[in-house]
Design a protein around this ligand. Sequence first.
Ligand code: P6P
Length: 340
Amino acid sequence: MNPSGTGITITNHILEQQYASAGATGAFTHLLNEIVMAAKIINSETTKAGLVDILGSTGRRNVQGETVKKLDEFAHGLMVDRLYRSGHVAMLASEEDADPIDPPRDTKVGEYIVMFDPLDGSSNIDANVSIGTIFSILKRVSTGPECTMADFLQPGFKQVAAGYVLYGSSTMLVYSTGNGVSGFTLDPSVGEFLLSHPNITVPQRGKIVSANMGYWDYWDDNLKNYLRYLRAKTDTKPVYSLRYIGSMVADIHRTLLYGGIFLYPNDTKDPKKPWGKLRLLYECNPMGYLIEQAGGLADTGKGRVLEVEPTELHQRVPFIAGSREDVEEAIAFISGQRCE
Ligand code: P6P
């Protein structure tokens, strides 16, 4: 085991990607490094969230004397500040804001569009369940002085990078710029993300199914046939284990490492919204990009997630992702081609 601080830092890794990319200007490197900085600061806040609540409930202020903010509002504000500070962002969109976020006055802007969920799963934080930050990076496509909605409504295969930060038993940053997926673990003793999971690859097939089975009655018969198939013991397949954390970053991280299948399918909870809960642009596209970069598949049940033509900033899509063979099998059931 290397002593702390002797591994490859994420900054080294990002720079190596820049050197390998002909004509790179360093803008992308700077942008990614601001996300790394934001991750370190958010991590610091999430690890003391419980304490802040206690302090906040007595003094109405946290230990630094600041007004106690909801953690996701804090993470949102920090991401906006750090990203625009890079000087390479054209415009931002966040799960926390209905509309895209304009750059502050007199901010140097660049060519990148970043969409993010600043603290996905934050409702779990009081239970000390892992939560995460998800980000998706594209290049603007508009050419005028102002960005347009077309810059945001690009299909997922246009992403130039995507990643997440998982604030859990250890804090990890996992990202891809299109050359495979790399995972870095924060070493608090040196304050650096060190390469811990080079070239993450999803196993071709797994033995884990990850879905909120509480919605069973809202799902259609084809999906139920698939789930019954997974829990059946046969000579050709094992019984699948159910693992569902209810925090997308944690569930997808496990799926990337262990394989299997994660499903947030469409449901009939609200007949007017038969498309599930997860948002396309800053949850399903970045996670789908990472899963595909790691050799897996990400599908809506009706096609590849990364080929969905977006129509709205916060639109939701069904999301079925994980090991290639598991997703292919799920789609065969969901489409009605298989029933056992
Ligand atoms: P449900 C968290 O609130 C989140 O947006 C995702 O992180 C997670 O995958 C999903 O919702 C869980 O939703 O309906 O199963 O509680």
